[in-house]
Write a protein that binds this ligand. Structure first.
Ligand code: SME
Length: 150
């Protein structure tokens, strides 16, 4: 089911008549609108030379967490580890930043440009334990396509 969206992702990203950030917003809307267990979808990017992440385009409820220091929360940990992070149950995490009381699970996949971790895609789910290898493969694909236009 996730793979079926791959052509849509490529066509959104290849549309050079649309600003890059607007294309990223369209990706967020596509994922959040078509994948039932993706309740919030957003990109965070390294904030200039600072050791922090800044929220980019997203779909879902607004979040207070527009800046996240490296090391803080799931996102901040991925900024340092360079590894995918699946959280089946957010309540079981000590180093977690809650965005909404409805969120049960989260996946964060780093985004690399020329081998450098420059940001990430972050998905929150209101469904408990919904993420698996298919989500990792799919979100790695998304990030690789996004990296080509950054
Ligand atoms: N839960 C994240 C913070 C970002 S919100 O999910 C949008 C974290 O722990 O880093």
């Amino acid at each position: 089911m996730l793979s079926a969206l791959r052509p849509n992702i490529e066509s959104i990203l290849n549309n050079k008549t649309v600003e890059v950030n607007e294309r990223l917003k369209q990706i967020c809307d596509l994922l959040q609108g078509n994948i039932p267990h993706y309740d919030w979808v957003g990109f965070y990017f390294k904030n200039g030379n600072k050791e922090e992440l800044k929220l980019g385009p997203y779909a879902g409820l607004p979040t207070d967490h527009t800046i996240i220091p490296f090391g803080k929360g799931i996102c901040g940990q991925v900024a340092l580890s360079n590894e995918n992070f699946i959280v089946p149950d957010v309540k079981a995490q000590d180093n977690y930043i809650a965005c909404s009381i409805n969120v049960k699970a989260e996946i964060v996949v780093p985004l690399f440009v020329n081998g450098e971790n420059i940001g990430q895609i972050d998905i929150d789910s209101n469904t408990p334990d919904p993420f698996n290898k298919d989500d990792e493969d799919f979100l790695e694909f998304v990030n690789k396509q996004v990296a080509k236009i950054l």
